[in-house]
Design a protein around this ligand. Structure first.
Ligand SMILES: [Cu+2]
Length: 489
């Protein structure tokens, strides 16, 4: 460890002395000068950004000049595995949780295009903490399914930054996986290391308990209460264990880009059996050395570096330790190579954390499937129950928890004269979508609701739920009625 530290320190010292020379030669307020300098760096040539999914990171910027960097990011809403037997509807930047890693250098002019796949159900946007500008780009990137938007920004401050969706309800978009990291390297790049990896923690809130089987819908109340069912690295339990473990060889230097998407919990990031030689605290310029556990706030990041001196399995955890062993925040770094008895003489207790370590917990088997089943004879109570779940999964993001909608964007379903006036017309809206001007409770709306990809049975349940909530006319919508509207007679 000593060796690496000296080597890295030399590099950092070099960087420091360059910075000092720069400060001496420039005059006035140091921060602003640096800033203006960055703003004035020309970015002439164009270059496509390499984007990677976790735990991989793109090649470093090295000595390259600032460029016009083209970033094409696609939003995909897709079902994925949370843990064995449990799936979740993730909303993603680039198809992974966390989203694609973006690597830039100071002075790059980023041309960012955000595309929202036509099969998606919701509008989204992006707020990059590396952006100097309103909403970090959010105001310029709000994009509906089947559309794309482009905006430009210049990277002024080096560091490791979180990006995330900032579309209402923001907490829900983040809780569903809409976050990732963007690295802005200083001029000349970060010092060279042997291995680099991308890890991001996130907390998830599901209707069922941890380990309950089936497709688990998002649970708004648990999210508000910060009562996480899953706390994981890279979007799911086991993303960094077993065959998915990250690797290094004895003697190599390792750099981890660690972010925390939240939405709620602060990470106490720790690697069992290692000491971080360097931590770039909060992803900024401050370097702390010889760190055991580093605190990473929601919406924050840190860069940690260490040299691996002995072989074995090193466990990455959130040291708020029930999260690691009971909620999934556990990963593995497998190090291969020669033993070094002078550093570690004892039995290498590889696998000691295994029994719990997989993060795959066997839970009491009283879990009830939460997926709507299609029985023909459902009671009103059953339909209300199932309909509420579908509503919270599919309609809630736009029409809001109490059906109140969002003024001038999404019409209310609560006490809606439009809804109550014509049941078949409303069923048709779910089946086929709706565009063009409508008037709901005296307010005009002229927007787009995309066709909702749910079964006729689910439409019957969700409409029954809506009609029997919030002061509506109490219609019990049957599947037969939905079938009839669909077939057009
Ligand atoms: Cu979003």
């Amino acid at each position: 460890m000593k060796l690496a530290r000296t080597k890295l320190k030399v590099n950092f010292q070099l960087l420091l002395s360059i910075a000092v020379i720069f400060l001496i030669t420039s005059c006035g307020n140091s921060n602003e000068e640096t800033h203006e300098e960055a703003a004035d760096i020309p970015a002439t040539q164009e270059m496509m950004a390499e984007l990677t999914s976790p735990p991989n990171v793109p090649r470093g910027v090295g000595k390259r000049k600032a460029k016009k960097l083209i970033v094409n990011m696609e939003i995909l809403e897709k079902e994925g595995t949370m843990t064995d037997g449990t799936t979740y509807n993730y909303w993603t930047f680039g198809g992974s949780v966390p989203g694609s890693f973006i690597r830039t250098r100071v002075g790059d002019e980023v041309e960012f295009t955000l595309s929202n796949h036509p099969d998606n159900k919701l509008p989204h946007n992006i707020d990059l903490h590396a952006v100097t500008g309103p909403g970090g780009g959010a105001t310029s990137s709000f994009v509906a399914p089947g559309h794309e938007k482009t905006f430009n920004f210049k990277t002024l401050n080096p560091g490791l930054y979180v990006y995330h969706c900032a579309t209402a309800p923001v907490g829900m978009h983040i809780a569903n996986g809409m976050y990732g990291l963007i690295l802005v390297e200083p001029k000349g790049g970060l010092p060279k290391v042997d291995k680099e990896y991308y890890i991001m923690q996130g907390d998830f809130y599901t209707k069922g308990e941890h380990g309950d089987p089936g497709l688990q819908p998002f649970d708004m109340q648990k999210a508000v209460d910060e009562d996480a069912d899953y706390v994981v690295f890279n979007g799911k339990v086991g993303s960094l264990t077993g065959d998915n473990a990250i690797t290094a060889n004895v003697g190599e230097t390792v750099r981890l880009y660690v972010g925390n998407g939240g939405p709620n919990l602060t990470s106490s990031f720790h690697v069992i059996g290692e000491i971080f030689d360097n931590v770039m605290v909060e992803g900024g310029d401050l370097i702390n050395t010889n760190v055991q556990t580093t605190s990473i706030p929601a919406g924050g990041a840190a860069i940690v570096e260490f040299k691996v001196d002995v072989p074995g399995t090193f466990i990455l955890v959130d040291h708020a330790i029930f999260r690691a062993f009971n909620k999934g925040a556990l990963g593995m770094l497998n190090v291969e190579g020669e033993e070094n008895k002078s550093i570690y003489s004892g039995v290498v207790q590889e696998g000691i954390y295994q029994p719990e370590g997989g993060g795959i917990q066997t839970m009491p088997d009283d879990a009830k499937a939460t997926v709507a089943t299609s029985t023909s004879e459902k009671s009103l109570a059953e339909k209300m129950e199932s309909g509420k779940q579908i509503y919270m999964q599919t309609c809630f993001a736009c029409h809001q928890a109490e059906g109140q909608g969002i003024p001038s964007a999404f019409p209310p379903l609560a006490n809606s004269d439009y809804l109550n006036a014509d049941v078949d017309r409303s069923i048709g809206i779910i089946l086929k979508g709706k565009t063009g001007e409508i008037t709901v409770n005296g307010e005009k709306y002229n927007s787009v609701m995309t066709r909702q990809a749910i079964s006729n049975d689910e439409i019957a349940d969700v409409m029954t739920y809506i009609y029997n909530s919030w002061g509506n006319n109490k219609t019990n919508v049957t599947k037969a009625r939905v079938d009839k509207v669909k077939s057009g007679h």
